[in-house]
Design a protein around this ligand. Structure first.
Ligand code: 5RP
Length: 264
């Protein structure tokens, strides 16, 4: 592998082979999502515990200090919104030149397998991979489900993840699901798990992240279940322990409980 590509991937996936990416890109189609209304306020306390941040160029420039940043995965797809006709109708929003100017570690793009815009999104991914490989910039493909949350099951996610890898994604971000090993076994590049909308308890998050790690995920790209939690720093610390210290869900829960009672 070329040095630049290897160096960027090493910034993302740590020496233990695992990673915790913190996504704060949701505003690109959701607007000022709950608890991400002011991205700087959300991000600042969490940054020390993230291995990388998934973010758009607008929020990066406006809300992250260049001398205090973590490796950046730049969200470069968009063009649709929650109130528009179809979330799957995305294009590439940001050039590779801009990604290089921002000194990013990777770029990220959504694909919408099984939708009307399947072909466009897959060709967008292919084009981005062509450009990224030219400059040593890895592409993270996001297997997006839009509003169809029921698509989060092994057969669909394995299909979408494998297609992303076949088209050249260096990392695939998908959802955790039952029988998650079907997804990781069929995907020849590292797989990270998203969290999806906030679930009811912290324990549910610890359980699925732990299960996914046992079944071959290298880590997470997990947003709302961290920063929409009442105690986001406690949450990210507990998840970090599962990902980088092999903590069990029980141990993660103990960390969460002890961290949440500490004074801010
Ligand atoms: C939304 C994304 C997010 O990066 C991804 O869904 C992970 O965040 P969450 O854990 O909140 O689902 O692609 O644009």
């Amino acid at each position: 592998m070329e040095w630049g590509m290897a160096n960027r991937l090493a910034q993302l996936i740590q020496s233990d082979g695992h990673c915790l990416f913190l996504p704060v890109d949701h505003g690109y189609f959701q607007g000022p999502t709950r608890k991400l209304e002011e991205p700087r306020k959300t991000l600042e306390p969490l940054l020390p515990y993230a291995d990388a941040v998934f973010i758009t160029r607008g929020v990066l420039r406006s809300s992250v200090e260049p001398d205090k940043a973590k490796p950046i995965i730049l969200r470069v797809s968009g063009g649709a919104s929650m109130v528009g006709k179809d979330l799957a109708n995305e294009g590439i929003t940001t050039s590779m030149e801009e990604a290089i100017r921002l000194n990013v570690a990777a770029v990220g793009i959504s694909i919408f397998v099984g939708t009307e815009y399947e072909k466009e999104s897959l060709l967008n991914l292919s084009k981005l991979v062509d450009d990224g490989e030219r400059y040593g910039i890895p592409v993270m493909a996001v297997t997006a489900v839009g509003k169809e949350l029921e698509k989060r099951e092994a057969r669909y996610l394995a299909l979408a993840s494998r297609i992303a890898a076949e088209l050249g994604a260096r990392v695939v971000k998908t959802y955790w699901c039952e029988n998650f090993d079907k997804v990781t076994k069929g995907c020849p590049v590292p797989v990270v798990m998203a969290g999806g909308p906030k679930v009811d308890t912290q324990r549910q998050v610890f359980d699925f992240v732990y299960d996914g790690m046992q079944k071959g995920a290298v880590g997470v790209n997990l947003g709302r279940n961290i920063w929409q939690d009442e105690h986001p720093v406690a949450m990210i610390k507990a998840l970090r322990a599962i990902i980088h210290k092999k903590a069990t869900p029980e141990e993660a829960e103990e960390i969460y409980n002890s961290e949440k009672s500490k004074k801010k």
